[in-house]
Design a protein around this ligand. Structure first.
Ligand SMILES: C[S@@+](CC[C@H](N)C(=O)[O-])C[C@H]1O[C@@H](n2cnc3c(N)ncnc32)[C@H](O)[C@@H]1O
Length: 411
């Protein structure tokens, strides 16, 4: 997501791990055999820089995570750090007119709601959708848990929303003989019946949709696979033909197939190395004879940063903006010892020994992304952490690890 342009997606549906403390695996012999993912969290599973990044980028999210640590423990804290850094990116790439559906369950739904309020703003919250289903009951001393939660948020501008209807109740049909009851346009208080067949009841926020039965044709054996009917409803409601739909935890491509069928553009991301094959196979099978090309496997490249300013010009500007004060040790230092150039190879005037020319873009793109947030430092001991933390939002994982490694080599 860090390599995707800002404001480029109309609809995001995400069905991430739920913090269920389980390990999922597709059964041998199923179409998804080999697919597996772990859904148990400790601080070892998250990048510590990400925690620091949150404190800078979204203090509200940071506070929510701290509260979750105290109320629930480190497992929830780790899970929420993992989610928060990704939700921040989703907010960046979502168009202001876009919508986002976060699928979760009661294990973490209330913490995720707070995170989402902190990141998107509570005014962007639209619904807590309850997806209710029936399954074989389990032995328990409490009520059977048979629902998931889907948090629906939108961007800050007018969002697409296509109203759908559910069938009217038996009693309504009997009483009004299938006709439409409306508010009287004159009095605006009385209800009248007009001679028009009823469309039904505008869809409520409790959805009764069956989970995939063991014998369902749709079932691929992918753990946690969701029904197409659920995604069909979401995509129809919050996008139009041609819009871009993203599923950043796409699994066996349920959202992507639903989007493809409805004529939307789509993109999926998944950690599993099997995902690309599963997505391609499922979409190709779904399209049948009319197949055509399906997915491009290449990761995206940001093109919305425009012309990157030259490193030399920028160096001076950064120094000036910070008035020559080191962001690490807080003391004034001369320009000649300014330490941002460990990001650049020696061949380009920096101090990195390695010949990787791609590194020369880093500072420029960091600075371009938000020059004021890039700290300049002298050669003090606080600089590794300071630069690494500030650079995190602008680099992908590989670049960031390399940056930290290069910085440490220099010390
Ligand atoms: C609940 S499943 C999604 C199921 C999907 N909605 C479907 O119907 O097939 C969660 C998915 O997230 C993926 N995943 C786990 N951690 C991830 C990460 N850090 N980045 C991307 N995908 C991840 C897993 O491989 C798994 O496919």
């Amino acid at each position: 997501m860090r390599d995707m342009n800002s404001a480029c997606v109309d609809l995001i549906y995400l069905d991430p791990p739920f913090n269920s403390n389980r390990h999922y695996e597709a059964p041998i012999g199923s179409k998804a055999a080999g697919a597996a993912f772990k859904d148990a969290w400790t601080l070892d599973d998250v990048d510590v820089c990400e925690h620091g990044e949150l404190a800078d980028r979204n203090p509200a999210a940071y506070s929510v995570i701290e509260a979750a640590r105290q109320a629930y423990g480190k497992g929830m804290q780790s899970y929420l750090i993992f989610m928060a850094v990704r939700l921040l990116e989703m907010q960046r790439i979502l168009k202001p007119t876009g919508s986002m559906y976060l699928h979760c369950d009661p294990t973490a739904s209330h913490y995720l709601k707070l995170l989402m309020d902190g990141i998107f703003g509570h005014n962007s919250f639209k619904n807590e959708i309850v997806w209710s289903y029936r399954r074989w009951p389990s032995r328990s001393h409490n009520f059977q848990t048979m629902h998931d939660v889907i948090l629906f948020y939108t961007g800050i501008a007018n969002h697409t929303f296509n109203v759908s209807y559910e069938p009217p109740s038996e009693s309504y049909l009997k009483r009004f003989k299938g006709k439409t009851q409306v508010l009287d346009p004159e009095t605006r208080t009385r209800k009248i019946v007009v001679d028009k067949p009823t469309k039904g009841l505008p869809m409520r926020d409790v959805w009764e949709i069956s989970i995939l039965a063991g014998s369902s044709k749709e079932r691929l054996g992918y753990p946690t696979q969701k029904p197409l009917a659920l995604l069909d409803r979401i995509i129809k409601a919050s996008s139009d033909a041609g819009d871009m739909v993203l599923d950043p935890f796409c699994g066996c491509a349920t959202a992507l197939v639903a989007a493809d069928r409805l004529g939307r553009q789509w993109a999926g991301i998944d950690l599993s190395p099997l995902a690309i094959k599963l997505v391609n196979d499922r979409i190709a099978e779904d399209r049948g004879l009319w197949g055509g090309p399906t997915a491009l496997n290449a990761p995206p490249n940001r093109t919305d940063l425009g012309h990157l300013p030259s490193y030399r010009t920028h160096r001076h500007r950064l120094y000036g903006q910070q008035e020559g004060i080191c962001a690490g040790c807080d003391t004034h230092f001369p320009f000649r010892v300014m330490e941002v150039d460990h990001i650049l190879p020696r061949t380009r005037g920096g101090t990195v020994m390695g010949p990787d020319p791609s590194q020369s873009h880093w500072l420029s793109s960091l600075a371009h992304g938000g020059a004021q947030t890039i700290p300049i430092t002298c050669n003090c001991s606080a600089q590794v952490a300071t630069v690494a933390r500030a650079a995190r939002p602008w680099l992908n994982g590989r670049q960031h690890r390399q940056l930290v490694a290069n910085t440490i080599v220099l010390k």
